[in-house]
Write a protein that binds this ligand. Structure first.
Ligand code: G4P
Length: 283
């Protein structure tokens, strides 16, 4: 998906979302567990305000399981309900349902005291592009493919999908813009494939990823590519990966474009390892 997030576009999205939020009892804020901070929308707190919310750390199969736990603890200290999910393998999905029931208990009891029984709890998913919103809708709905909304905000004709536990889910997610202003965040989004538009050429992007992985996951890089990292620069490591993988052009030059594609693809699909790019600060 390709959305150019002009200020006018953001304003429209925000307004549409605020309208849709009025229809729901709870919001599922989807983030990427490899980059829990970088994958959040910068205005999400302002947009959601006091509405019950579950932060869903998706793609937990691709991030470090110990660091995932640290994030859940971190968010819980901030009073935020968090669920770790792998939307492809349906992991953590039933926990979303039980957390939802916990969070709307008060509202349900209030309704019950007014004699209103069995009113469904309404929920919607919001998140930046590529974080797994459509995959999660399919997983929650127990079906193979959802039509992906290609518009930010939400479509006009609303459809509600019945889930377990008397929950109804809006069938189209709210697509939010990412925080692309900071270089570090933009890089994290590009490494994970959330920003498809080139923020820089892929060779430089891969070099920056190698530099980061040399600090965060040196063993995984050494093991995957059979290279030594100690005392090397990121460019030397990139050269070594190129040599190991036979990415050589005529005149024995390294084919950096090919090396870049290999490293980026293998990071994004978890082949290099389960790697978290962000760790929570101590609170
Ligand atoms: P979106 O609606 O938020 O834009 O995201 P979507 O569901 O389309 O998912 C984006 C990509 O992320 C898809 O890969 C999808 O399979 C993958 N994905 C979603 N949830 C998970 C998860 O829990 N674990 C893993 N490993 N992957 C997940 P794709 O079809 O290959 O798309 P792309 O890589 O070409 O963008």
């Amino acid at each position: 998906m390709n959305i150019n997030w002009f200020p006018g576009h953001m304003k429209k999205t925000r307004e549409l979302l605020q309208k849709n939020l009025k229809l729901v009892d709870i919001v599922y804020e989807l983030i990427d567990s490899r980059i829990p901070l970088s994958s959040r929308n910068p205005e999400i707190d302002k947009i959601v305000q006091n509405k019950p919310r579950i932060v869903i750390m998706n793609k937990s199969d691709l991030s470090n399981s110990n660091i995932n736990k640290e994030w859940v603890e971190y968010f819980s200290k901030l009073g935020v309900n968090t669920v770790l999910v792998d939307a492809i393998k349906n992991k953590g999905v039933s926990q979303i349902i039980s957390e939802t029931n916990n969070l709307v208990k008060e509202k349900k009891e209030k309704l019950l005291s007014r004699g209103i029984k069995n009113k469904p709890i309404r929920a919607m998913i919001v998140g930046i592009p590529n974080v797994g919103k459509s995959t999660l809708i399919n997983s929650l709905a127990g079906r193979k493919s959802a039509k992906t909304g290609d518009r930010p905000g939400v479509t006009k004709g609303k459809q509600w999908i019945k889930l377990k536990g008397n929950i109804e889910l809006l069938d189209t997610p709210g697509i939010l813009w990412p925080k692309f202003e900071e270089q570090e965040v933009a890089l994290n989004l590009a490494f994970t494939g959330a920003i498809k538009d080139e923020i820089m050429d892929i060779e430089t992007l891969a070099l920056k990823l190698i530099e980061k992985l040399m600090v965060l996951a040196s063993n995984s890089i050494e093991k995957r590519y059979d290279v030594m990292i100690e005392g090397k620069t990121s460019l030397q490591v990139m050269d070594d990966i190129g040599i190991r993988r036979g990415c050589i052009l005529r005149k024995k030059e390294i084919d950096y474009a090919r090396v870049a594609n290999i490293v980026l693809d293998e990071f994004r699909d978890g082949t290099i390892g389960d790697i978290s790019l962000e760790t929570p600060k101590k609170i």
